[in-house]
Design a protein around this ligand. Structure first.
Ligand SMILES: *Cc1c(COP(=O)(O)O)cnc(C)c1O
Length: 801
């Protein structure tokens, strides 16, 4: 039944009152905002749970293929507003709360973000749950119930400081414990093995057990019967270690339980970087062992056999972080179910599909063999056997030792997770056209030659409705008034807006919408930092994790050059600009933290200078998160996507900004390439080297020192970094740029400055700018996650649709 018809204002109001009176034991007359928030969320969660039951009964009856998306990260953000909008009961809920004397906006604000991810990779997983529910695919996401999500960032004297994100007090209303689905996970110990009647047997002994307890979160589709489940595993001690307890070793018994529970304590805060820590490996195996066990239980319950497992299940692994699911499924099939190696391998290699997210070497996971073998002795044996058999097939094909060493899984005392993932998956995909080509040409070239059909592309997509329908009411109304509301379910229909590209009334209204959104953001900026920004300035935005490859320092250097220009030419005309940054640095990434300090130092220098600050200003938004992005994207005019070509696999921030009408200033990297193909080169500002040019320059030998020596302006700025700005020196940034500059900031600097100047010039013609903006909006429907998910369903998961 349609939620909208079922859950009227009256029904919702009564459900909320019942929940308060009966479940929470609170008198609504004297209830706090927090109590109302709790009650409202619980009501919505039960509506979602009910809808999910109906949906799963429906697809179980049809014996549809099930989709499992395993990811160490799901950057969910808030759920309340998303759920109400997707259920299409937001107006009813607002009215119900109003009758109870509560402003629903206040309820939205009370919710903490579920920040169970770092950046783009985690947010992608969250966007895909929304899309899979909307497309009515029977989907389940699996991850870890981190007690502490991504840290909260505060900037103190320009330095990032981290505080723990203990999100559960406000967030646990969204998760429902399923204790009867708990599973036991084994770590450590050793393997006994032998032969008996021509059969190889193994026995895992002296292991430690940790219990994985699932908690479910529901994501409703929009205008659909679908609901996706996110199953989050929490680590629990399997009870007291009774043996120590009986020996009177009370302290050790408790200590053991604390060690078990450490597994789901905290999200590792690294983006595009691996640390190789034992606890991280424990987390990975904990996630996949629990998930594989759950997937198998669900399959057996329906079919009673695993023979048809690969026909009825598709498992997508989000980067290599969950790649241990591959040997884990082998283990269960071999040791627990008695399949032969050949039969088990056949099932496994038709089940898994792997999404690659990066080609940068520091992000490729490699585990030290000793760590791996000690923690996961049986899994290690299985990986060795996969490796041995793979090497044999290469030898049969007359590969030489050099090629074999490069392609095999275990080499140089390391277990290489990307190699394992490629070898065992039926599909390997990149996340933009360019990135998918690069992995075929470079990191996975050997495998591409071996199995070319395995390699695919699915360009990323975003949950467009979250950033438009839910976050940009002005633009939503404009779209509804011009092209109707069909675009909400089929985002490709946003293209119909292009008909209005020369309609000055529509362009004027578009400009008004942007102005309102800028005002809303500027109020937030004033509340949080006390600065009143110039609403007539261009809002130029770079928000994403802080990383050298994303080149926030290129942006900062250019701002410094503009500052110097304004000081030298105080009377020249200048189009005012507000540069907005948002970026968390990994806590152990020193240079990234220095770059934040550099940006904040520039900000303070400008702020002290009344002759400059109305023309040029920097805002650093603290604690960039999904929720902050929802406020920020609608107010943005320039989207900075300035990674070194060939380094950003796709980017999704670029898509969110385009959707709100921001025009991209970017390199030909990741999905920027496809954005340009869609809007046309007159509606995007490209600069810098292309990926082949970067590769060529690297091969030739890139010498940043030459730029320092030959370019007076670059020299002046780098010298300022060394000698001090506002009494602050940045020797590490200066030396890095001068002597290393791995991401070629100096090589792209002139081209970047030229394009920024061009963008400012174009902005002077407001109607021309609005037209560019409109075309960007119109073409952004392609980047909806609904489209991306249908490509996965058709081209990778082999769904009958
Ligand atoms: C979309 C998003 C990202 C990804 O941004 P990129 O620019 O693609 O790196 C990171 N963090 C948050 C909070 C996001 O919403």
């Amino acid at each position: 039944m349609n939620s909208k018809k079922q859950y009227t204002t009256e029904v919702l109001k009564n459900l909320i009152l019942d929940t308060m009176n009966n479940d929470m034991g609170i008198d609504p007359e004297h209830a706090s905002d927090e109590a109302y928030y709790q009650a409202l969320c619980l009501v919505v969660r039960e509506i979602l749970a009910e809808k999910q039951k109906v949906f799963s009964a429906h697809h179980n009856a049809q014996a549809k293929k099930r989709i499992y998306y395993i990811s160490m990260e799901f950057l969910m953000g808030r759920s309340l507003k998303n759920s109400l909008y997707n259920l299409e009961i937001h107006k009813e809920a607002q009215a119900a709360m109003e009758q109870l004397g509560i402003d629903i906006q206040r309820m939205y604000q009370l919710e903490p973000d579920a920040g169970l991810g770092n950046g783009g990779l985690g947010r992608l997983a969250a966007c895909y749950l929304d899309a899979m529910a909307t497309q009515e695919l029977p989907a389940m996401g699996y991850s870890i119930l981190y007690e502490y999500g991504i840290f909260k960032q505060r900037i103190i004297d320009g330095w990032q400081t981290e505080t723990p994100d203990y999100w559960l007090p406000g967030g646990n209303v969204w998760i429902k414990m399923k204790p009867d689905r708990s599973v036991a996970i084994k770590f450590g110990g050793r393997i006994e093995e032998g032969w008996e009647a021509g059969h190889h047997w193994t026995n895992h002994v002296e292991y430690t057990t940790v219990t994985a307890v699932p908690y479910d979160m529901y994501v409703s589709g929009y205008d659909s019967e679908g609901v996706a489940v996110l199953r989050l595993w929490k680590a629990q001690s399997p009870g007291f270690d009774m043996e120590s307890f009986n020996r009177g070793d009370y302290v050790n018994a408790i200590g053991q339980s604390a060690m078990s529970e450490a597994i789901s304590k905290v999200l590792y805060p690294n983006d595009n970087h691996t640390e190789g820590k034992v606890l991280r490996l424990k987390q990975q195996y904990f996630l996949v062992s629990a998930s594989i066990s759950d997937i198998i239980r669900r399959h057996i319950t329906t079919y009673g056999t695993l023979d048809n497992f690969a026909q009825k299940n598709a498992v997508q692994i989000n980067d290599t972080h969950p790649a241990l699911a591959i040997p884990e499924l082998m283990r269960v099939l071999l040791d627990d179910c008695g399949y032969s190696w050949e039969k088990a391998w056949d099932i496994v290699t038709r089940t898994f599909a792997y999404t690659n997210h990066t080609v940068m070497s520091e992000a490729l996971e490699k585990w030290n063999v000793d760590i791996f073998r000690n923690l996961l002795p049986r899994i290690y044996q299985i990986v060795c056997e996969i490796d041995r058999r793979f090497v044999d097939t290469l030898k049969d094909r007359r590969y030489d030792n050099y090629d074999i060493d490069r392609m095999r899984i275990i080499y140089d005392y390391q277990v290489r997770m990307a190699n394992l993932s490629v070898i065992a998956s039926q599909s390997v995909n990149g996340v933009s056209k360019l990135h998918s080509q690069i992995i075929k040409d470079s990191v996975f070239h050997d495998y591409y030659l071996l199995t070319p059909k395995k390699f695919k592309n699915v360009t990323n997509g975003i949950a467009s409705r979250r950033w438009l329908y839910q976050s940009n009411p002005g633009l939503t109304n404009l779209l509804n008034d011009t092209i109707g509301d069909g675009w909400l379910k089929d985002l490709s229909r946003m293209e119909e807006l292009e008909k209005f590209a020369d309609d000055s009334a529509v362009l004027t209204r578009l400009a008004q919408v942007k102005q309102e959104n800028k005002l809303r953001l500027s109020n937030y900026i004033e509340q949080t930092s006390g600065v009143k920004v110039n609403l007539d300035s261009i809002f130029d935005v770079q928000v994403k994790r802080l990383h050298e490859y994303k080149r926030q320092h290129l942006n900062a250097l250019h701002i410094l050059s503009q500052y110097l220009y304004l000081k030298d030419h105080p009377n020249e005309p200048f189009i005012p600009k507000t540069y907005i940054f948002g970026a968390k640095a990994a806590p152990g990434y020193f240079l990234a933290k220095q770059i934040i300090k550099f940006i904040c130092t520039l900000r303070d220098m400008i702020e002290k200078d009344p002759s400059v600050r109305e023309k040029l200003r920097i805002v650093f938004l603290e604690n960039y998160s999904v929720t902050i992005s929802e406020l920020l994207m609608p107010a943005s005019e320039i989207s900075q996507q300035i990674s070194l070509a060939g380094t950003e696999a796709s980017g999704t921030g670029n898509m969110k900004l385009m959707l709100s009408g921001a025009v991209t200033v970017g390199t030909l990297d990741g999905a920027n390439v496809e954005i340009g193909e869609l809007v046309g080169e007159n509606n995007i500002f490209y600069f810098g080297m292309t990926a082949p040019e970067v590769a060529h320059l690297r091969e030739k030998g890139y010498r940043p020192t030459d730029y320092y020596n030959k370019n007076r302006e670059i020299k002046r700025m780098i010298d300022m970094l060394s000698c001090g700005i506002q009494g602050q020196t940045f020797p590490d940034i200066a030396n890095n740029l001068r002597y290393d500059d791995h991401y070629m900031v100096l090589a792209d600097f002139d081209s970047y400055r030229a394009i920024q100047n061009k963008a400012s010039k174009v902005y002077e013609d407001r109607m021309k700018w609005q037209k560019m903006s409109l075309i960007n909006i119109a073409k952004s429907g392609y980047f909806c996650a609904d489209r991306a998910i249908m490509e996965y369903a058709r081209n990778i998961w082999g769904m009958q649709l």
